[in-house]
Design a protein around this ligand. Structure first.
Ligand code: NAD
Length: 271
């Protein structure tokens, strides 16, 4: 018996990184999956950024299937509401419904004072990291409601949404928006026992942090040292740490948690 036997989860940004890790953990505990990522559906221009490829997404699907679960893949840009709606509608029709949503797709950027932050980078960040989360919720929530059995939605923020990062005003603002979106949506969905929470990881080494090296002026070792120094615990946070929080929030073990922020940051936000 897995915690998610017979359940269906819809995850964005599932081609690699934390999204893939959440998908595999859910599949390992019995869930079928809808896996969404950009693949060949478009390109992130601002900042110029290597996102997941079709092969990355296909690899996540194969890994889920190796665990004995079903996986549908959708190459959709989270800025494309119609594409997300089609994906959610087909998921519900094919897998029988949607119980869980993890709005995880996101980008980072280099560091800029606001007067040097290109308007295009601001807009790209808000479109993907905030509007993309809204579109994901708007596309999937009708199916979670249609189940009539409650449900759980996790929106992925960042420790930036708790403490705020200077020189990353666009990332900070988008992630504060995600935090607010989760609380507002939790209020709307509470009467139907659909819980909505946000998870706020500290820095975790993924392709996103690799991109921060490429877009910034620090080596990976320097960046990881900076991340450790920012915390109380002073250790590298791993993908399994954010996955543990996401799975717990989706599971019935957190059945009385809604409209909350879960911070997986080694104490950074309190330092
Ligand atoms: N890595 C960190 O240090 C860190 C810390 C806090 C929060 N986060 C958040 O965690 C989430 C996952 O990040 P990650 O660390 O796994 O990085 P990642 O780059 O490995 O994964 C992000 C995924 O989102 C996808 N994506 C980006 N833009 C997209 C778009 N327009 N449409 C569809 N998919 C798109 C990418 O292709 C990629 O697969 C993000 O929301 C990120 O902001 C990351």
């Amino acid at each position: 018996m897995g915690r998610f036997d017979g359940k269906v989860a819809f995850i964005t940004g599932a081609g690699r990184g934390q999204g893939r890790n959440h998908a595999l953990a859910l599949a390992g505990e019995g869930a079928d999956l809808a896996l969404v990522d950009l693949g060949s559906a478009g390109r992130v221009e601002f900042p110029a950024y290597r996102t997941s490829t079709s092969d990355d997404l296909a690899e996540t699907k194969a890994m889920v299937e190796e665990l004995g679960r079903r996986a549908l893949t959708y190459e959709v840009d989270v800025r494309d509401f119609a594409g997300l709606k089609d994906a959610a509608d087909e998921t519900a029709a094919t897998l029988g419904g949607i119980d869980y949503v993890v709005a995880n797709a996101g980008i980072s950027d280099g560091f800029f004072p606001i007067w040097d932050l290109p308007v295009e980078n601001w807009q790209g960040m808000i479109d993907i990291n905030l509007s993309g989360v809204f579109y994901t919720c708007k596309a999937t929530v009708p199916h979670v409601r249609a189940r009539g059995e409650g449900g759980s939605i996790v929106l992925v923020g960042s420790v930036a949404a708790i403490r705020g990062y200077g020189w990353m005003t666009h990332y900070t603002a988008a992630k504060f928006g995600v935090r607010g979106l989760a609380v507002a949506l939790a209020k709307e969905l509470a009467p139907e026992y659909i819980r909505v929470n946000s998870v706020h990881p500290g820095a975790i080494q993924t392709d996103m942090t690799e991109a921060m090296v490429y877009l910034g002026d620090k080596t990976m070792d320097e960046l990881l040292q900076q991340f450790r120094d920012q915390q109380l615990l002073g250790r590298n946070i791993e993908k399994r740490d954010s996955t543990a929080a996401v799975l717990w929030l989706l599971s019935d073990e957190s059945r009385f948690m809604t409209a909350q922020e879960f911070i997986v940051d080694g104490g950074e936000s309190k330092k």
